[in-house]
Each structure stands twice: as structure tokens, then as C-alpha cells.
Design a binder for this molecule. Structure first.
Ligand code: OTD
Ligand code: ZN
Ligand code: ZN
Length: 347
């Protein structure tokens, strides 16, 4: 019997599209999403409203004509960001959110924030203007174990910021721990994105039987109990949790290296993987909330008008194992199970 589910068109609330040849190669793979929050960690980063507008135009130019993905732009918060420029960019409809990276926490985050007191006036202006703050939630203190960096961030950075600026609406991006789930579940004015890959892999996938660079991302996948906590949160129907794929393509050359960089490229097969994950957890009825309804509610935007259909067939959907970007190849995330759920666009 063919199983199918129809969903409001989903959105991706955390996406890396890059620039240049990589942008041209990857943009269309996110085409079945209605909107995507576009991360600003280019080199150099997207710092001003003008830079965000010009990046948005490059993204739109890279999308094929039949694709209606709407890029929602963000600014990269630094210790010298001007509150006035940021609020104006939001008022002009150029940006939808602002991104906070602790300096050095992840790929291209060197210009991020070191001293959180310095950005406090900007955060107050954002709270006043209703602009959401997306946070990469890991401390960078070298004394903190990499597997503890998210939990420590909650105590040292996130909770103090939320107490100092309670009206600020915060998204804890790509949560990877039970601690993240618990903190978000217990508070208001906060949401969390969960990636596709963190619902599928734990740290054994990266390290057992040889080192697997294509499963290495930041925050690094944690132990199995944490993955199960994420599955529970994503399939719970709690509107604080929504999809942000954090699809982050890198050339294979840069990942398969003595110092391989972080990021999983999940854009092509994300919806097929999620359908399988939610079916396995007997929660297919919760997929629409997670992928299509909770994000717009948090961002105070309407849900998309149209729908997509996911159909379970006897034969797996054919996804490439690699794509080409200029002279480079990029490996598509392998969930380790066949993907019988096919995405049928109904636009
Ligand atoms: N994590 N890689 C990247 C970003 C994310 O922290 C993130 O949002 C990237 O390559 O831009 C990654 O592993
Ligand atoms: Zn991040
Ligand atoms: Zn990211």
C-alpha cells in the first residue's frame, strides 16, 4: 500500500548557501522549501544591511526560475555592529534575524563576539524592535570539553543574556543535547532549531570503525541519549522546536583532510530523511508542525500557502552521493538507511 502525507510547504530556518560557484551548485537543492534563513558566515561575513541585500540578490540569481525559495537574510553580529543600521535593515525588510557566533565557535566565526557586555545595547534594540537573535550555542573556552560546550553555553551565556534582556526572542540553533531540549522546553520567548543529521547520527557514527569526516559538524554529534532527546523534542509537537537543516556544504577536499572542516550537506535529501525518522517514531502526524508550522509561528510569519506531498514507494528515492561545484565535489549526507519517501512538489 502506498503511504503518503501532504504538508504545508516546509521552511528551513537555518541554511548555509555560501557564495560563488558553491552557491550556484547548491541553491536549487533547497528549492522545495518555501523560505530559508540564510546564515551570514561568508568570508568576509555579512555585516551590513547593504551586504545582506546584495547577497540576497546573488542567491535569487542562482536559483532556477521554477524555484520559489525565498531567502530570509541575517546579519552577523560583531562587537562593533551599529544598532541603528541593524534596526533599519529589519524595518526595510532586508533582514529577518541576527546571528550571534561566539568568536571561534564554528566555521568562519572569527569575527564573532568575545565580550557579551559589548553587544548588550544592540540586543536591547533588537528586543525593542522584535528582531529574533539566532545563537550558535557553544562556548569556545579551550578548557571546556567539546562535548560539553553546549551545556556550558546555556549556563554561562544564554541564560545570563535572557535574564539581562528578557524581551529578546532567541533561537538556540541546532541543539544537540538533552540540556538544550530541557532549557528550551522550560522557557518562553525561546525556540530551537534541530538539524536533520542530529536526529540521525550520534558520536559513534563519526568515530567507530574509522574516522568519518562527512559526519563531522559543529556542534559535534553527542552520545545516543542526546540524539534520542532530540528525536523526542522534534516529534513532540512542542512548537518551540522546528527544522533548521544547517546544511553546510564544503568541498570534499576540505573535509577529507588532516584538519577536516565541519558541516554536513543535507539539503538534497532532508525531507526524505525526516519522513523516515518521523515514521520510525510513529509521529508522521507531527512532521508538518516541525517542518512547516512551528518556525513561521516563532518568526511571526504566515505559513506557506501551498503544499508538498511525501510518498512512500517500494523503491528508494535516487539521490546523488556527490554533487559538483565548480572544480570540486561535495558529498551528500548519507543517513545510513534507504530513503523510500519521495518528495513530490505540488507547486
Ligand atoms: N556547523 N558547519 C558550518 C556551520 C555550522 O555551526 C553551524 O551553524 C559551516 O560550515 O558554515 C558546521 O559544522
Ligand atoms: Zn552554528
Ligand atoms: Zn549553521
Amino acid at each position: 500500500m502506498t503511504k503518503s502525507v501532504t504538508l504545508r510547504r516546509p521552511d528551513d530556518w537555518h541554511l548555509h548557501l555560501r557564495d560563488g560557484a558553491m552557491l550556484a551548485a547548491v541553491a536549487a537543492y533547497s528549492g522545495h522549501f518555501g523560505r530559508a534563513i540564510i546564515m551570514p558566515n561568508l568570508v568576509p561575513p555579512v555585516l551590513t544591511g547593504a551586504q545582506a541585500a546584495s547577497y540576497r540578490d546573488r542567491i535569487l540569481a542562482a536559483l532556477p526560475e521554477n524555484v520559489t525559495l525565498r531567502p530570509l537574510m541575517t546579519l552577523y553580529l560583531t562587537e562593533t555592529t551599529e544598532a541603528a543600521d541593524l534596526v533599519q535593515a529589519h524595518r526595510d525588510g532586508i533582514i529577518s534575524a541576527v546571528k550571534l557566533y561566539p568568536a571561534g565557535a564554528t566555521t568562519n566565526s572569527a569575527s564573532g563576539v568575545r565580550d557579551f557586555a559589548k553587544v548588550r545595547p544592540v540586543l536591547e534594540a533588537m528586543a525593542e524592535a522584535g528582531i529574533p537573535l539566532c545563537m550558535h550555542g557553544e562556548v569556545t573556552d579551550p578548557a571546556v570539553d567539546i562535548f560539553d560546550r553546549e551545556a556550558v553555553f546555556i549556563d554561562r551565556v544564554l541564560d545570563p543574556i535572557r535574564r539581562a534582556v528578557p524581551a529578546l526572542r532567541v533561537v538556540m540553533e541546532h541543539i544537540t543535547t538533552q540540556d538544550g531540549v530541557d532549557y528550551v522546553s522550560a522557557n518562553d520567548n525561546i525556540g530551537a532549531t534541530i538539524t536533520t543529521h542530529h536526529l540521525v547520527i550520534n558520536r559513534n557514527h563519526i568515530l567507530v570503525g574509522g574516522i568519518r569526516p562527512h559526519y563531522y559538524c559543529l556542534p559535534v554529534a553527542k552520545r545516543e541519549t542526546h540524539r534520542l532527546a532530540l528525536r523526542k523534542a522534534a516529534t513532540s509537537g512542542d512548537p518551540r522546536f522546528f527544522l533548521g537543516t544547517d546544511s553546510a556544504p564544503h568541498p570534499d577536499r576540505a573535509k577529507e583532510s588532516a584538519c577536516g572542516c565541519a558541516g554536513c550537506f543535507t539539503a538534497p535529501n532532508t525531507m526524505s530523511i525526516l519522513a523516515q525518522v518521523f515514521e520510525d517514531d510513529v509521529a508522521l502526524d507531527k512532521l508538518e508542525g516541525f517542518a512547516s508550522l512551528h518556525g513561521p509561528a516563532f518568526y511571526r510569519m504566515p505559513v506557506n500557502d501551498d503544499t508538498i506531498r511525501l510518498v512512500k514507494r517500494d523503491t528508494p528515492a535516487a539521490y546523488p552521493t556527490h554533487i559538483t561545484a565548480g572544480d570540486e565535489t561535495v558529498t551528500v549526507f548519507d543517513p545510513g538507511f534507504p530513503l523510500y519517501w519521495h518528495v513530490e512538489d505540488q507547486a
